[in-house]
Design a binder for this molecule. Structure first.
Ligand code: ADP
Ligand code: MG
Length: 540
């Protein structure tokens, strides 16, 4: 009798071999089906409800994937590539998931027939490299030094990114605003220098761009109304100090002999506060912002001396103000020189909708701006914010790297044709594999048609014919259920979006194809296994 050898913990699940790859591919397919219908200008939105009942409406691939809370280990890869696409270029998150899914789908029959995954992986890598090289060859580069042309390019790219979102009716309005916002930034184009605030009420077109820092008026005490609400060239003190009379600690014990002594304790408290206030006043600062509360005594003190103050300013806003207006965030008022005080050309408190905003414009240091989104429902404004984020990322990318390709499936069809042509020159298994990748690329135009309710077979046949004739930028015409030259139609996308999507999708494909065994230990991560029969195999 042979003894049974068990080397993994009880309850461990392991599956391996070809069937494992197939089952991973199937899991990925299920994920892709979730986001499939959101692609493109006629894509649908998804309403996601979390455990706490929070509802999110979104069209953004990365947001949907994040909220899906996928547990399948292989399918999680797709969530990761959507996230990385979002972080790297901001747009094309649905496309990347769709492409990866389609690559896998096309490779599945080969796996089933017994082609070794390493051969498939090599071909996928090769096809991707050829596709990326081809994009770089054919991408069009408008002149960068021509200010007007560059602006036009950026606006077109922003409009294309937004045309698939809820706000596509207002895309002209928003694409101008997004380009303005990005133009305000400095060379490095830091994303966190564009603040986005949401104020319920008003129409979407009331959304405004402030060339500077703006944040919601903070909680204030009596006396605040007497403070001036406008300054030109004010000095700004940014503090991390509480300007409030401290209540005595509950558990402190002070033994006093007389009333006078008690009075002294109280006076000391006041003296400390007044001392700080006086130093602030003498420094010449006109606007005092603090992360911590500013109490009623201080508010009144500032009001009497023609100064403005705001306490409990959110940290990120305070930091943005510091970056924009200069100065530093102080934890003591001991040394209030000009070098630690910020300044700006204009400060104002303004009513926007139901809220009041503190607005700083003409900031000397960093270039920054704030977009104040107006609109009806909370979820609608959140989706607007996400859509603006996509567009901002695209404009930043396009500004740094100004090559563009035509969207609407045009570039994918051209790549598909190119790969198919190349594959014919290769002998061996690779020919089949590369032409399968070429077929996979057609998923983007096909899905764009399906989502718009067009006959995809018909349109794809037309597109193949046009591309074979050398019409490089022919893509799906969403408005007329036809094909059109999308370069002329100004459906432009930065070539970087496509390059990144392709390489991320191919990485994910290779990763999933190269996994042929999953070992899942249900107890791992739950602390030590319960005592009993350690490692003794199956229960009797
Ligand atoms: P992603 O998250 O991948 O950006 P979208 O839902 O934004 O997904 O859809 C992007 C796709 O829609 C791209 O392939 C793009 O070329 C295409 N697209 C955008 N605007 C148009 C348009 N006006 N006509 C045709 N296709 C468009
Ligand atoms: Mg998009």
């Amino acid at each position: 009798m042979q003894p049974q050898i068990i080397f993994l913990k009880e309850g461990t699940e392991a599956s391996q071999g070809r069937s494992q790859i197939i089952s991973n591919i199937n899991a990925c397919q299920a994920i892709v089906d979730c986001v499939r219908t959101t692609l493109g200008p006629r894509g649908m939105d998804k309403l996601m409800v979390e455990a706490q009942g929070k509802a999110t409406i979104s069209n953004d691939g990365a947001t949907i994937m994040k909220l899906l809370d996928v547990v399948h280990p292989a399918a999680k890869t797709l969530v990761d590539i959507a996230k990385s696409q979002d972080a790297e270029v901001g747009d094309g998150t649905t496309s990347v998931v769709l492409l990866a899914g389609e690559f896998l789908k096309q490779m599945k029959p080969f796996i089933e027939e017994g082609v070794h995954s390493q051969i498939i992986i090599r071909s996928v890598r090769k096809a991707t490299a050829m596709a990326i090289q081809f994009i770089n060859e054919i991408a069009e580069k408008p002149k960068k030094d021509d200010e007007k042309e560059l602006r036009e390019l950026l606006e077109k790219c922003a409009a294309t990114a937004m045309s698939s979102k809820l706000i596509n009716q207002q895309k002209e309005f928003f694409s101008k605003m997004v380009v303005d916002a990005v133009m305000l930034l400095d060379e490095l184009l830091p994303l966190n220098m564009i603040g986005i605030k949401k104020v319920p009420g008003g129409a979407l077109e009331d959304t405004l761009l402030v060339a500077g820092v703006a944040f919601k008026k903070t909680f204030s005490y009596a006396g605040f109304e007497m403070q001036p609400k406008q300054y030109t060239d004010p000095k700004i003190a940014l503090l991390n100090i509480e300007l409030e009379l401290k209540a005595e600690r509950d558990n402190a014990e002070v033994r006093l002999e007389s009333v006078e002594e008690y009075q002294k304790v109280v006076d000391a408290e006041w003296t400390i506060l007044y001392d700080k206030l006086e130093k602030l006043h003498l420094s010449g600062a006109k606007v005092v912002l603090s992360k911590l509360p500013i109490g009623d005594v201080a508010t009144q003190y500032f009001a009497d001396r023609d100064m403005f103050c705001a306490g409990r300013v959110p940290e990120e806003d305070l930091k943005r103000t510091m970056k924009a207006c200069g100065g530093s965030i102080l934890t003591t008022v001991a040394d209030l020189g000009d070098s630690v005080l910020g300044t700006c050309q204009h400060f104002e408190e303004k009513q926007i909708g139901g809220d009041r905003f503190n607005i700083f414009t003409g900031c000397p240091q960093a270039k920054t701006c704030t977009i104040i989104i107006r609109g009806g429902a909370e979820q609608f404004m959140e989706e607007t914010e996400r859509s603006l984020h996509d567009a901002i990322m695209i404009v930043r990318r396009a500004k740094k790297n100004d090559a563009v390709v035509a969207g609407g499936g045009a570039i994918e069809m051209e790549l598909s044709k190119h790969l198919r042509d190349v594959s014919r020159t290769i002998a061996g298994k690779e020919q089949m594999l590369i032409s399968a990748i070429a077929r996979a690329l057609e998923v983007i135009p096909r899905q764009l048609c399906d989502n718009a309710g067009f006959d995809s077979t018909n349109i794809l046949n037309k597109l193949r014919q046009k591309h074979a004739q050398g019409n490089r930028w022919m893509g799906v015409d969403i408005l007329n259920e036809d094909v059109a030259d999308n370069m002329e139609k100004c459906v432009w996308e930065p070539s970087l979006v496509k390059i990144n999507a392709l390489s991320a999708a191919s990485e994910a494909t290779c990763l999933i194809l190269s996994v042929d065994e999953t070992i899942k230990n249900p107890k791992s991560g739950e602390g030590p296994a319960p005592p009993g029969r350690p490692g003794r195999g199956r229960p009797f």
